[in-house]
Design a protein around this ligand. Structure first.
Ligand code: KIV
Ligand code: ZN
Length: 540
């Protein structure tokens, strides 16, 4: 058996199903570029049947990231998810066929509880559907992955039957999901071992594991999976995903990387890109990383206790099992100064992996000069924050034209905000709030007139120092938000939206983050209204 473990990243599909993680297509494309740079083997770029926008997003990634211009670059497989029906498979193919290495990933539940209450199908009907739909996917694409959803709670004997049929129908990867994070490492490892040993044709396919973190066991279960023969792991950056999330890429990769003698496994990840990928996903989704998160948390390499510091000074291996540089932490260094020119900035962005167009570079350069006037030391993390902020503003309906805030102990916090609306008209409103951020948000609300609830507000500094850039992430929900059916899960959900903003002025960063989230919400509302009016037109 090969000792190479394929890293299948599903940040853009399962990760995007996290509450508030809605990403714009520009953000998805940027994350996909970074995942390719990170060296993931497979990018699951989305669920194309969910909406025309999702299909377009996957197609864009397949066209660009799935076809690198650099002939020496590793080419990631681009996968699209499809339920086991012809429409979903058609849509997945339509999106991924543009990639040099496309994959259709189709799934159908196999646990009795899903069969009875969700699918309302018998075991025999499920087997038949798997045979038909894997064969159907195979008519388009050589590379077909099949997942028996809720495998963790399925009858293992029945799983063997379903998986044998999937192999005969042409599946090339069999992925075993612990969909609700129910199993323990011992159980899950034994399940994988049993399936590999007893499924006829098992040696013809790659075995994969896909774990959720409901009991905090996703990483442990995934590692139990690879120890028992799985050679693909399905993971997300920062472990984002539905409910408690998915297995986190950084934890699994660094476990394999840090304990080579124990696992004896190879991977293709450039670990120095991990911190950057983590920051990008956190910024774009608006989901902060908890400080004590393994590998990518702000405290993961911090040593406060005196006794630890003493040991670290003598030999850093006393308390550190991996070096921060190995995962790209501390790679943040002085890169450019006040007098650096446009060429130097472009060169640094190129090195960081951002291929900015001339217009984008002009804007980034203007922001860089502004920042360099306020901040002496400009690091890679600052540049990343600037680009994230720029990308977050691509899909703007309303843009911030100017703002002024008065606050303190002597009067009422008051904000005057000027926004430009989608038609380019300028609106200026002043509002009073309980604090400066509240006053700004009230003024924005008065202009945009879309009642929302602020669910979450987070603020932190990009780097150390009093002149650091502040970054703000928020999560909002429309006040009259209706639940809508989630096509994938077939359950009702209320959608929430995240936004990101960065500035040396934290109140300005707060305004930008709020506007970014509002713009995402407005775009989705507009798309829904357009879809409804075209349905009405068709009926007329
Ligand atoms: O958790 C799950 O079962 C999934 C499948 C669609 C693979 O995400
Ligand atoms: Zn999942």
């Amino acid at each position: 058996m090969s000792d190479y473990v394929r890293i299948f990243d599903t940040t853009l599909r399962d990760g995007e199903q996290s509450p508030g993680a809605s990403l714009t297509s520009a953000e998805k494309l940027e994350i996909a570029r970074q995942l390719a740079k990170l060296g993931v083997d497979i990018i699951e770029a989305g669920f194309p049947a969910a909406s025309p926008d999702d299909l377009e997003g996957v197609k864009q990634i397949a066209q660009e990231v799935g076809n690198p211009v650099d002939s020496n670059a590793r080419v990631p497989i681009i996968a699209g998810l499809a339920r086991a029906n012809k429409n979903d498979i058609d849509k997945a193919w339509e999106a991924v066929k543009h990639a040099r290495q496309p994959r259709i990933h189709t799934f159908l539940a196999t646990s009795d509880i899903h069969l009875k209450y969700k699918l309302k199908m018998s075991r025999e009907e499920v087997v038949e559907r798997v045979r038909e739909m894997v064969s159907y996917a195979k008519t388009f694409c050589d590379d077909v992955e099949f997942s028996p959803e809720d495998a963790g709670r399925s009858d293992p004997e029945y799983l063997l039957e379903v998986l044998e049929v999937a192999i005969r129908a042409g599946a090339t990867t069999l992925n075993i999901p612990d969909t609700v994070g129910y199993t323990t490492p011992q159980e899950f490892g034994a399940l994988i071992k049993g399936l590999i040993e007893n499924t006829p044709g098992a040696e013809q396919v790659v075995w994969s594991v896909h774990c959720h973190d409901d009991l905090g066991l996703a990483t442990a279960n995934t590692l139990a999976g690879v120890t028992n023969g799985a050679r693909q792991v399905e993971v997300t950056m920062n472990g984002i995903g539905e409910r408690a999330g998915n297995t986190s890429l950084e934890e699994v990769v660094m476990a394999i990387h840090t304990r080579p003698a124990l696992f004896g496994l190879q991977h293709g990840i450039d670990t120095t890109q991990i911190a950057r990928a983590s920051r990008m996903v956190s910024n774009f989704t608006g989901i902060p990383v908890q400080p004590n998160k393994a590998i990518v948390g702000a405290n993961a390499f911090a040593h406060e206790a005196g006794i630890h510091q003493d040991g670290m000074l003598k030999n850093n291996m006393t308390y550190e099992i991996m070096k921060p540089e190995t995962v790209g932490v501390n790679a943040s260094r002085l890169v450019l100064g006040k007098h650096s020119g446009r060429h130097a900035l472009k060169a640094r962005f190129d090195e960081l992996g951002y291929n900015l167009s001339d217009d984008e570079l002009d804007q980034a350069f203007a922001r860089f000069k502004e920042l360099a006037d306020k901040k002496k030391v400009i690091t890679d993390a600052d540049l990343e924050a600037l680009v994230s902020d720029e990308i977050a503003s691509y899909n703007e309906l309303y843009s911030l034209d100017g703002m002024q805030v008065v606050c303190g102990t002597m009067g009422m916090p008051t904000a005057t905000v000027r926004l430009r609306d989608p038609e380019g008209k300028s609106h200026t409103v002043a509002a009073i709030g309980t604090g400066p951020v509240d006053a700004v948000y009230k003024a924005i609300d008065a202009i945009v007139n879309c009642p929302i609830t602020l669910l979450e507000f987070n603020i932190h500094a990009v780097t150390e120092g009093i002149d650091a850039l502040g970054q703000v992430t928020v999560r909002i929900q429309a006040k009259d938000a209706q639940t809508r059916m989630d096509a994938l899960r077939e359950i009702a959900r209320t959608r929430t939206f995240g936004g990101y903003g960065a500035d040396t002025d934290i109140i300005v960063a707060s305004a930008k983050a709020y506007l970014a989230a509002l713009n995402k919400l407005l775009i989705v509302m507009q798309a829904r209204e357009n879809a409804m009016s075209s349905e009405v037109a068709l009926m007329a």
